[in-house]
Design a protein around this ligand. Structure first.
Ligand SMILES: Nc1nc2c(c(=O)[nH]1)N[C@H]1C(S)=C(S)[C@@H](COP(=O)(O)OP(=O)(O)OC[C@H]3O[C@@H](n4cnc5c(N)ncnc54)[C@H](O)[C@@H]3O)O[C@H]1N2
Ligand code: MOO
Length: 399
């Protein structure tokens, strides 16, 4: 199945779930969460006209007098003060962020003011009404929609919410995601390797990626290649989790138990995609809990997480932006063999050009660490150096 078609099936499956419950979180804890409702401003920002400069506030109709002889300085206004109305024919000493007094309509910065011996402030050059004034509501208008539902909160969004005085925000509760690795060959790092064994690397890739997305992780450990144990463990995890993510055991081998257990005791809705690495990616269901089965090869686990699991998860959270960011950049490599699957190669950037970052076998993970993103070679196409190719930075895929 072409990746686009699989992705749209995956996303419609994600949308078929009931919306996640809403949590009312303090702003300090809301980073990375998805807004459950639009944020509406109850205040203007700034709340009143204020000065953009350290200088002198005056009424522009007094500018002529201010240039010829200077104006008396009738009050001093610092940020945090409430000014009194400006006496006509005078000016006010004012500082950046301080409220403009009623009657003033412009500010001249202090560098352009000359103080006379008798303490008058004289303008060196002409001023315009509105000059150096930040008008009330310039940033945010009361009653306007500041941020839409479905936005995943970034630091600047938290700042904007705080600017209208809100201390809490309604967000979607993260999913409880169970992570399981499968395979008799796996042992956890720290233990000694016996013949035939390898270290479990996918568990760390997956848990790290889920932590980046702010999900709640249930560590399901390692499942042996045994159908009864696989079934029992999946059943236990299904009870606690909103989603199970597995790695390995979804290809066609006799020891690929997880796929067999799903087919016999659960359900498989999607299997075998035209993506490389990652062909045996599986969307299934076990004991009423959705299961995303990622192929065990470490690069396939990474690529299918980034391109398929991430948008699925974000869609379940009601996120309005789930597409992978990609930039068209010139390739500094040739890829003369076209394939029947969309191929995602591990790559980096050198002087604005895309370079491959090492061995592209789906069993090789270190080339992903050496690179800074993925480059897409669409099924059926080839690439000659100099042609532009879509580059997907890890920074966009992992946040
Ligand atoms: N006859 C066929 N064989 C295979 C096919 C096929 O179409 N026909 N597809 C190949 C492709 S493509 C992939 S991808 C793999 C995926 O297989 P599984 O998802 O069943 O994964 P496993 O067989 O369990 O493992 C594959 C590989 O990855 C290693 N692995 C597994 N889990 C981990 C882990 N947690 N940490 C590190 N490494 C892991 C495992 O030892 C294997 O080397 O199937 C191909 N075969
Ligand atoms: O899909 Mo597999 O990852 O090509 O090796």
């Amino acid at each position: 199945m072409p990746v686009d078609q699989a992705l749209s099936q995956l996303l419609s499956s994600a949308r078929s779930h009931a919306a996640q419950p809403v949590d009312d979180l303090p702003l300090e804890q809301a980073l990375g969460h998805v807004l459950a409702a639009p944020v509406i401003a109850a205040h203007d920002v700034p709340p009143w006209d204020n000065s953009a400069m350290d200088g002198y506030a005056l009424n522009s109709s007094d500018a002529e007098q201010a240039r010829r002889q200077g104006l008396q300085v009738s009050q001093r206004i610092t940020a945090g003060m409430a000014p009194t109305p400006l006496q006509p024919g005078t000016c006010a000493r004012i500082f950046t962020g301080a409220p403009l007094p009623a009657g003033a309509d412009c500010v001249e910065m202090q560098e352009n003011i000359e103080l006379t011996d008798n303490g008058l402030a004289r303008l060196i050059q002409a001023v315009q009404p509105g000059q150096n004034v930040r008008p009330q509501g310039q940033d945010v208008r009361s009653g306007s929609t500041l941020l839409p539902a479905g936005l995943r909160l970034r630091p600047q969004d938290l700042g904007v919410i705080a600017s209208v005085g809100l201390a809490r925000v309604a967000v979607r509760r993260p999913l409880r995601v169970a992570v399981v690795s499968t395979g008799d060959e796996l042992v956890e790092p720290g233990a000694a390797l016996l013949p035939g064994q390898i270290y479990n690397s996918n568990r760390f890739t997956l848990i790290g990626a889920l932590q980046r997305l702010g999900q709640q992780i249930i560590d399901g450990g390692i499942l042996p290649d045994d159908k009864a144990q696989t079934s029992a463990r999946l059943r236990a995890l299904a009870e606690q989790a909103d989603l199970i993510i597995s790695s390995g055991g979804v290809s066609v081998g006799e020891a690929d138990c997880l796929g067999q257990v799903l087919r016999e005791q659960g359900e498989v809705a999607l299997w075998k995609l035209a993506i490389k690495p990652g062909k045996p990616f599986t969307l299934g269901r076990f004991a009423d809990t959705p299961l995303l089965g990622l192929p065990g090869n470490p690069a396939a686990t990474l690529v299918t997480f980034l391109l398929l699991v991430r948008p699925y998860l974000l869609t379940r959270l009601g996120c309005n932006q789930v597409d992978a960011v990609s930039y068209q950049l010139p390739a500094e490599f040739d890829w003369p063999r076209s394939g029947s699957r969309d191929e995602y190669l591990r790559a980096g950037l050198r002087d604005g050009r895309v370079v491959l970052s090492g061995n592209q076998s789906s069993g090789v993970l270190s080339s992903a660490s050496q690179g800074s993103g993925l480059v897409l070679i669409t099924a059926g196409s080839t690439v000659a150096a100099g042609e532009s190719v879509p580059f997907l930075p890890f920074s966009g895929l992992l946040d």
